[in-house]
Design a protein around this ligand. Structure first.
Ligand code: IMP
Ligand code: MG
Length: 333
């Protein structure tokens, strides 16, 4: 059995969606399961000339042989979920737990008007207010919603029995380490713990059943919304470096900074990372675009990677060299 947990090492938007969709095809997991907060997350996946923006389903949906699941710790917007199942051709293989929380209209309203929006720049997806209601034990759960009945399975039981039967399970986190409610830059954080431990709790996987933890770092740091960002550069500078990005969910321009070793070191510690994935290497080193072999990389790009391995004492195993799913260097054994 191999259980592999993928989490973000900075502030989300590290490019986890693309890494997950690569692993979903390559490792042929039986189940791809999503933990994390809710539809505040947005992953962009490019497959040929198709671009998918996914907010609820696991990003591994391109592998049609895998079951897609959402763990009980996640809050769901039923409309977004049902639409994605349709749009991404995932019906018959998409499942949720009966204890997934439900976002209702009132949560959207509370998230878009008030404090959360203005003070911390929340995504307005209703995720925070829904999690607050869950803590107050007034939130509806998936088992209370008729339109979701056919999707419900016992997600923790499914995952644990797949692992006992020696099958691969791919576990997908959302957001990033420093948006964690416990470990992030409070109060500029999301409404959950989104480190590897939190993601595993969301899906019902105990700590002794985790084999690999891959922390994903982008080659530079971005952050949407407010909150501290060390050594932030101006939007103009970001544009000149090709680091200008816009949020998948909110469309807001992302703030940017250089790769941050202090944050990265802490992310490795908090997540007990066994491997590192570096994304968007081609943005820093355009001559690496589309490469699939480490040996082909320029000396500068190789020393960028080696420096990360040395400083963080963890192997860099998966390197993104372009937006498409196959533009990847895989150095795993
Ligand atoms: P909320 O989770 O919508 O309440 O937003 C809290 C903070 O986390 C805001 O700064 C958001 O922009 C940020 N955030 C939430 N989800 C994501 C994500 O998936 N990627 C990047 N930032 C996020
Ligand atoms: Mg995103």
């Amino acid at each position: 059995m191999t259980s592999t947990v993928i989490v973000g090492g900075f502030f989300g938007d590290e490019g986890k969606g693309k890494i997950i969709s690569y692993l979903a095809n390559k490792d042929n997991p039986k189940i791809i399961v999503r933990g994390g907060a809710g539809p505040n997350a947005g992953h962009t996946i490019r497959d040929g000339d198709k671009i998918y923006k996914v907010r609820m389903l696991p990003s591994g949906f391109l592998n049609k042989n895998a079951k897609l699941m959402i763990g009980p710790g996640v809050v769901i917007n039923p409309q977004i979920l049902l639409k994605e199942i349709q749009d991404f051709g995932a019906s018959g293989r998409s499942f949720i737990d009966k204890h997934c929380g439900i976002i209702e209209e009132s949560h959207l309203i509370r998230d878009s008007n008030g404090e959360l929006k203005e003070k911390i720049g929340s995504t307005g997806s209703g995720t925070g207010p829904a999690n607050a209601d869950r803590a107050m034990i007034v939130l509806k759960l998936a088992k209370d919603i008729d339109s979701l009945a056919s999707l419900i399975v016992d997600v923790p039981a499914e995952i644990n029995s797949a692992l006992s039967a020696n099958q691969n399970v791919l576990i997908e986190g959302t957001q990033g380490t420093f948006l964690s409610l416990w470990h992030g830059t409070y109060p500029f954080v999301t409404s959950k713990d989104v480190t590897a431990s939190g993601i595993c709790a969301d899906i019902g996987l105990g700590p002794k059943k985790v084999d690999e933890v891959i922390v994903v770092f982008k080659s530079y740091v971005t952050r949407v919304g407010t909150g501290p960002l060390a050594k932030e550069i101006t939007p103009k500078e970001a544009e000149s470096k090709g680091w200008s990005e816009f949020g998948t969910v909110t469309g807001r321009q992302r703030r940017a900074a250089d790769f941050d070793f202090d944050l990265a070191r802490r992310a490795i510690m908090l997540n007990s990372a066994t491997q590192i994935s570096i994304t968007k290497l081609d943005v820093i080193f355009p001559d690496c675009a589309g490469m699939t072999f480490y040996e082909e990389l320029s000396e500068d790009a190789k020393s960028f990677i080696k420096n990360i391995e040395n400083k963080l004492n963890t192997p860099v195993t998966i390197i993104g060299t372009g937006p498409a799913v196959h533009e990847i260097i895989d150095r795993r054994k």
